[in-house]
Write a protein that binds this ligand. Structure first.
Ligand code: IPM
Ligand code: MN
Length: 360
């Protein structure tokens, strides 16, 4: 298969981890005889420094004309400490999601057996957890009208959803559930919010098309607690934009490190693959950033193009690296010498020599 992949590695540790994902994809291309072409473009704080824009037109254009986008991370402390900055790196990511129509953000959360002790949660509570979060990504409060009164004392962000916006991601979530444990949990705040009541009604109607899937509902406050108390009860979690942002960071605690969580953002025409973690500026250039989230995002890219055997090989390589503790310091307090690129080298090696990687 031939794929043109736009690479937007972004800020902070973004370039370091994305490099390892590209290494992985190149190894796969070689092993399975695919042609993956990579073209880079700037986004985020780096793009603001270069062009004044967090998402330059040339970058958006490249993404629109590519088969997929591989995204690194975005954000810089100089903006975090200045909430009044007119131009912010995050605007680049939000615009990209909107312009590419990436309405569904899929975030798998898994408790790997070999990492159970890394989580602050009790092993017996998390063992076996396997959740797929379907977060709506182009609507809700993130994209509603924003207002600040002239005197600067009153602000508002509008949370708005249409039936159509809810329906399209709901279909994806139910289709995913059909291939998994056949359960969808809608996380909302329908006891308070009108948008949540619309979500419930629309999701209930869509569910009628999927009689083999069980649908249940949880208020987001309760869901936040249940995720920690008993995450194994969940299969597919479906939720709106901001709730999904919050509970997916929370859920990352189950896996032992946010450095492991990958995501796919998909729409009808485009798809983008990115770790859920941020730009981790304190770690930039130190070789300590965990590349696994980025590498597993590359695996999701392969799955998206139905290259399942290839994706499976990447995941196998990742599991092997975890088993052998070829891991960065966030997961490996005993051996701090394993760098970002060493993890990527191991994965590359495993893919190129699947049989003798045990020797490493
Ligand atoms: C994420 C991030 C983004 C979000 C930020 C960087 C705008 O936290 O992808 O989860 O809030 O969606
Ligand atoms: Mn987030």
């Amino acid at each position: 298969m031939k794929l043109n992949i736009a690479v937007l590695s972004g800020d902070g540790i973004g370039p370091e981890v994305t490099k390892e994902a590209i290494k992985t994809l190149k190894a796969i291309a070689q092993e399975f005889d695919h042609t993956f072409n990579f073209k880079s473009a700037s986004v985020g704080a780096i793009a603001i420094d270069e062009t004044g824009e967090p998402l330059p037109d040339a970058t958006l254009d490249l993404c629109k004309h590519s088969d997929a986008v591989l995204f690194g991370a975005i954000g810089d402390p100089k903006y975090d400490n200045n909430p009044n900055a007119k131009v912010r790196p995050e605007q680049g990511l939000l615009k990209l999601r909107k312009e590419l129509g990436l309405y569904a953000n899929i975030r798998p959360v898994k408790a790997y057996d070999m990492l159970l002790s890394q989580s602050p949660l009790k092993e017996e509570n998390i063992k076996g957890t396997d959740i797929s979060i379907y977060r709506e990504l182009t609507g809700g409060i993130y994209f509603g009208e924003k207002q600040l009164s002239e005197d600067g004392n009153i602000a508002s962000d509008l949370c708005e959803y249409s039936r159509e916006e809810i329906e399209r991601i709901t279909h994806l979530a139910f289709k995913a559930a059909q291939t998994r444990q056949k359960k969808v949990t809608l996380v909302d705040k329908a006891n308070v919010l009108e948008t949540s009541r619309l979500w419930r009604n629309v999701v209930k109607q869509v569910a009628e098309d999927y009689p083999d899937v069980v649908l249940d509902f949880l208020f987001v406050d309760n869901a936040a607690m249940q995720l920690i108390l008993n995450p194994k009860q969940f299969d597919v979690i479906l939720t709106e934009n901001m709730f999904g942002d919050i509970i997916s960071d929370e859920a990352s605690v189950i896996g032992g490190s946010i450095g492991l969580l990958a995501s796919a953002s998909v729409g009808d025409k485009h798809a983008m693959f990115e770790p859920i973690h941020g730009s981790y500026p304190q770690a930039t250039g130190k070789g300590i950033a965990n590349p696994i989230a980025s590498i597993l995002s590359a695996a999701m890219l392969l799955d998206h193009f139905e290259l399942h055997e290839e994706a499976e090989m990447v995941r196998e390589a990742v599991e092997k690296s975890l088993q052998l503790e070829i891991t960065t310091p966030d997961l490996n307090s005993k051996n701090n010498t394993i760098t970002t690129s060493k993890v990527g080298d191991f994965i590359e090696d495993f893919i190129n020599n699947p049989k003798d990687s045990n020797l490493n």
